[in-house]
Design a binder for this molecule. Structure first.
Ligand SMILES: [Zn+2]
Length: 377
């Protein structure tokens, strides 16, 4: 087995779990947030900076690396860790989500998906076998099975057919995976917003004994209550001795609410994406640095934050850089946002350790200005 989940403690107040995920490239403290490095880089951040903020693991995208530079080049470089100079754990997605969301003219068949590259229109094909070949070449610590993420909303019959195909694809991924000793393959539970379909997907996939399980197809535009309901009905069906990963979730409230429901891993482009247009997350809520009121504000972005940005630079300076389209401004907001979410997860882990995650949630939500039904960041 390439990875091992170690349960350290369950929070008596919330049921959240504190753990460690042991991988070939080191240990991940969980619940964990994974910064996203789509093109083999977390946009504008160096690996040294990611280590300074103590990211334990990053995520990279199979679809993007397959299209450019091509997985053979990454393999020749000695794998993704060497290629990008990151020696801590890496998780790669399967490419499925991007094929369905980015590419044009996709054609889904039992064999796989035919699509055109969003870069140059080249006709390409991804299948469970191809997704395994690519991820085996990339050499990520955790790889994802090739799946279809059904859109929201979607008809029951469509979601059912789609999840059944995803299960057959997962079985083919298991067969095609060439490096199970040093790379762990996670299956992805689908089923849209239908509890019985989630149950069907979870039951079928857990019977195949994957080293870990992800929950996909959530945070796709549904109300937050619905996502939490789906988590409540799905997570208890997943094996306790293996990591559980909620895909594409990264707003502060969803990280806390997901942890409370037993999730161990999260990823999202949110902190890096909003940073690039000058939106930041702070302990007292969302802060849009472009606003005129910060023009002469020489205090830090977040007075309670201990990150490199907040220790050294003012709101006025960052606002100036962002408005002048200076790359350094984007680097500073990106650094802060990632540090903010990594610190949030450190706080969540501490709260689990002390059996007070529900109290922590209450305090955080109040201070952040979150209320039930709000946007979450
Ligand atoms: Zn900061």
């Amino acid at each position: 087995m390439a990875i091992k989940y170690e349960l350290i403690k369950t929070c008596k107040q919330s049921g959240a779990r504190l753990g460690r995920i042991h991988t070939p490239h080191g240990v991940i403290d969980s619940p964990a947030f994974m910064p996203v490095g789509t093109q083999a880089t977390v946009k504008t951040m160096s690996p040294e900076e990611l280590k300074m903020m103590d990211a334990h693991i990053i995520l990279s995208n199979t679809y993007h690396l397959f299209i450019r530079p091509g997985h053979e080049i990454v393999r020749k470089a000695g794998g993704l860790h060497k290629f990008m100079n990151w020696d801590r754990p890496i998780l790669t997605d399967s490419g499925g989500f991007q094929v369905f969301s980015l590419s044009n003219m996709r054609k889904i068949k039992e064999e796989g998906v035919e699509f055109r590259s969003h870069l140059n229109g080249d006709k390409l094909f991804l299948s469970p076998e191809k997704a395994m070949e690519i991820q085996n070449a990339l050499g990520s610590d955790i790889m994802m099975a090739f799946d279809e993420c059904a859109p929201y909303p979607a008809e029951y019959d469509y979601v059912k057919k789609s999840l059944e195909r995803t299960t057959r694809w997962a079985e083919r991924c298991l067969q095609a995976h060439a490096r199970p000793q040093d790379q762990a393959l996670f299956a992805i539970v689908q089923g849209g917003m239908y509890e019985d379909l989630r149950r069907q997907s979870a039951t079928d996939l857990t019977s195949m004994d994957f080293p870990g399980y992800a929950i996909g197809g959530l945070s796709v535009g549904e109300p937050k209550d619905l996502m939490n309901k789906m988590l409540e009905s799905t997570v208890p069906l997943l094996p306790a001795g293996k990591p559980r990963y909620l895909m594409g979730v990264g707003s502060p409230d969803a990280l806390i609410d997901g942890s409370i429901r037993g999730i161990d891993m999260f990823d999202c482009v949110l902190p890096t994406r909003i940073a690039r247009n000058g939106t930041t997350m702070t302990s007292s809520g969302r802060l849009v640095i472009r606003n005129a009121k910060f023009a002469e504000d020489f205090g830090p972005l977040d007075p309670e934050c201990s990150c490199y940005t907040c220790k050294n630079y003012s709101r006025a300076y960052i606002r100036h850089l962002i408005k002048a389209d200076e790359t350094f401004g984007i680097r500073l907001t990106t650094y802060h946002n990632l540090h903010f979410l990594l610190q949030l997860m450190r706080d969540v882990r501490q709260a689990i350790m002390e059996d007070r995650l529900l109290d922590f949630r209450q305090d955080f939500f109040t201070k952040y200005g979150l209320f039930e039904g709000s946007r979450g960041f």
